[in-house]
Design a protein around this ligand. Structure first.
Ligand code: RIB
Length: 309
């Protein structure tokens, strides 16, 4: 039986400009196109898990403005539950200013969290029974830290498996980390949290050990062109990156996390789930945008079969 997944995280509207190259500080460059669409790491990961076939509920917060309706309209179209999309009476819906280099597919992002940076203790209490009923809770670092800590405390107390994607990179107290079951940073985020500079598999192994010494049970580190690395008490493994024609890498980490938790929720082990994450991430970069670029389960299964079957 599938475990229920709860994602507690950000929704923001992505305002994305494509450009022949990213500007350096102080420089203006001419862009080639603009798009507005649903984004935010929490929401993107929830959409990825939903399209991958997981039973998910997203808890997030928007403002009473036109950007807020971008969230609810999109979730309704996707067939996602909107009962835990809270509304802030004063704060505006968050947004992200994104530039994508159309030659390298790389991006630069500034996130203004808005309403989802103002999750109140009442919002958390209204979500308590949902969190406690989850099999897996997936978190990121785009909501306010006090709310994150409370959510972690509730989930940990209820024995829910907590997966933390510590993005964007930030320091976290050991007291929070020791309650996390699985952490899924990229190499930069892992460096910020462990102090280990990661350039190869041996570095990733060292960083994973630091996480495990702090009480995290299982570690996944995405390593860009090197692939993705996973470690638990029994073994560690580096799985190579899948080669695809990338046109927009924005949200690839979110796709990875969505595919990864979908597989965990279906009872797959850490290393199999890592491969599902890899496939979901690889497929997402072949399309423009973040949430809209998340792949469907049939495409994930087809690529999984080809790559690892
Ligand atoms: O991970 C990509 C996401 O980061 C974007 O959708 C943007 O909203 C930022 O939160």
């Amino acid at each position: 039986m599938k475990k229920k997944v709860v994602v507690f995280g950000s929704f923001v509207v992505d305002l994305t400009g494509r450009t022949p190259r990213l500007p350096i500080p102080g420089e203006t460059v001419m862009g080639s196109s603009f798009a507005m669409g649903p984004g935010g790491k929490g929401s993107n990961q929830a959409v990825a898990a939903h399209r991958a076939g997981a039973d998910i509920t997203l808890v997030t917060k928007v403002g009473r403005d036109v950007f807020g309706t971008v969230a609810t309209d999109f979730y309704k179209k996707e067939g996602m539950d909107t009962s835990y999309v809270f509304e802030d009476e004063k704060k505006e819906t968050g947004c992200a200013l994104i530039s994508v280099d159309e030659n390298t597919a790389q991006n630069e992002i500034v996130v203004i969290s808005g309403a989802c940076g103002n999750i109140t203790s009442e919002d958390v209490e209204r979500s308590r029974s949902l969190i406690e009923s989850a099999g897996i809770l997936l978190l990121q670092l785009e909501i306010n830290f006090d709310a994150l800590c409370k959510v972690v405390e509730i989930a940990h107390g209820a024995g829910v498996t907590i997966v933390l994607n510590p993005a964007p990179a930030a320091q976290l107290p050991d007291d929070v980390l020791r309650r996390i079951d699985i952490v899924t940073p990229n190499e930069t985020e892992a460096q910020v949290l462990t102090g280990v500079k990661i350039e190869n598999q041996a570095d990733a192994e060292r960083a994973a050990k630091v996480f495990m010494d702090k009480g995290v049970k299982e570690v996944v580190i995405t390593l860009g062109s090197l692939g993705a690395f996973a470690m638990n008490q029994e073994k560690s493994e580096l799985v190579k990156r899948l080669s695809v024609e990338a046109i927009d890498t924005t949200g690839a980490g979110d796709a990875f996390n969505g595919g990864f938790v979908m597989a965990l929720a279906e009872g797959k082990d850490l290393f199999t789930a890592l491969r599902y994450g890899n496939v979901t991430g690889a497929l997402s970069v072949t399309k423009l945008g973040t949430a809209p670029s998340m792949p469907l389960r049939e495409d994930i299964d087809a690529m999984y079969e080809k790559a690892y079957g």
